[in-house]
Design a protein around this ligand. Sequence first.
Ligand SMILES: Nc1nc2c(ncn2[C@@H]2O[C@H](COP(=O)(O)OP(=O)(O)OP(=O)(O)O)[C@@H](O)[C@H]2O)c(=O)[nH]1
Length: 536
Amino acid sequence: MSHQSDLIAADILEYLKQHENKELLRFLTCGNVDDGKSTLIGRLLHDSKMIYEDQLAAIEKDSAKVGTTGEKIDLALLVDGLQAEREQGITIDVAYRYFSTAKRKFIIADTPGHEQYTRNMATGASTCQLAIILIDARYGVQTQTKRHSFIASLLGIKHVVVAVNKMDLMEFSEQRFNEIRDEYLQFAEKLRLQDIRCVPISALDGDNVVERSERSSWYQGQTLMEILETVEVAEDKNLSNFRLPVQYVNRPNLDFRGFCGTIAAGTVRPGDTVMALPSQKTSKVESIVTFDGELIEGFAGQAVTLTLEDEIDISRGDIIVKPDDQPMVGQRLNADVVWMTENPLVPGRPYDIKFASSSTSGSFSRIHHLVDVNTMEQSQAQQVQLNEIALVELTLDKAVPFDCYSKIPGTGAFIVIDRLSNVTIGAGMVVGDAHGGSDSLTPVSADDKAKRFNQRPAIVAINAADPMAIAQQLDRRLFEMGRVAAIATAEQAAVLKAAGLVALVAGGADGADISLAADQEPLDSLIADLQEQGII
Ligand SMILES: Nc1nc2c(ncn2[C@@H]2O[C@H](COP(=O)(O)OP(=O)(O)OP(=O)(O)O)[C@@H](O)[C@H]2O)c(=O)[nH]1
């Protein structure tokens, strides 16, 4: 069956060694119903020779009987068992499939495409490094395409392959492909996807999936499989900010005390000074122990046990970091939340909240806005319903360490758990802490005011013509940076500024310190200016 069956027969140990050392790529496939997702997955498995002879014979027989592909073999039947299960009662939310080539190992998260399955896509995508977004060449970019791309970017997926499928039905028209590609790229400018490639394919016939197509001689790019095998994902890891959430304290005897966990980000070496949070006690790393022996350096993704030179008190749920690079620690934060249950998210209601290793309780203190996953428009809401996504403020019952999800997903994500049923009902991605300007519109004590705003100057955006447009632009960027942009009318801004609560008023109306047009883009130069002036 396998592409390496010769090696398996000749030297099974060598095969296993090679296989173990191959880099793993996790990706997900998404697209509209009938775009050809099952056929594509079947094609990838088939052309990378991951199908047993007898399986293939059975599918060939079934293709003639029940397939939708006429004379051709219906590779979608390979994944159909699962679909039947899904239709009956959604017993499986996300199905994972495994295959490998000589170069890499792959895990495909196969998520259903219907709108009501946003939560499933979020679950499947949360560990993926790449998303394949299928588009039917006949219909072009659809609402679903946008929704899936938005969720992929929200979850921090950096690599997207837009597979323009069914090109055989469009006679492999270069013009049609270019139209779809341009429309997609124009839309994707709004998202934070770093690497987008478009490939014209026919999943049914196999063109440009694994084998290069002779029917699209105008296409000079890589085949889908070449992209999957070569896309650079090692660099995506954060190797700068060391974080080790402690999952377990290992104390087999009085002489050994080790702190076990998977390094969420960064690197660590024996001799490094580290700090435990929340206690802020410091010590030096004595050794980094793993299943395979001691390491001279541990890095993101590795499961390790750290021993320290001093006996400091660290327990499960703490995070070990480096003293000169600490996460935020606080009780209030802003986060994007995907809601996953029929009972809506209601501000003020108590929930259990679980971060990488620490658990606490808390409630949502505010819904900043809902994001329409199809159009990306924002709207105000009192509740967040099943499959909706919102930017919310979370208030925790005790201070916990956290990071922005875009910087360190491992310590920037949390789940929301129902207190009675213990079921996961929401997933959150931290956008920033919630201290600062957004409070400026609600009463706070004088002490608090001084503390919050002196430390973190706020920016208020005003614009008589279109305050929302400015706020939307500023909002996201500043939240991400741990600063908060609030919108206000010119009058409110003047009052806030006079009270010393606001460092700077940005906007297009009279009274603004700096002028900022509603359509000003990109904001990078503005942000750089503000940083230079020490305002943010
Ligand atoms: N002509 C042509 N037909 C295709 C191609 N890819 C898929 N199809 C056909 O499109 C139909 C839908 O394909 P599936 O693979 O079942 O699509 P899907 O996206 O998995 O659909 P769901 O499982 O319902 O979400 C089937 O009849 C396929 O044979 C292609 O490249 N060219």
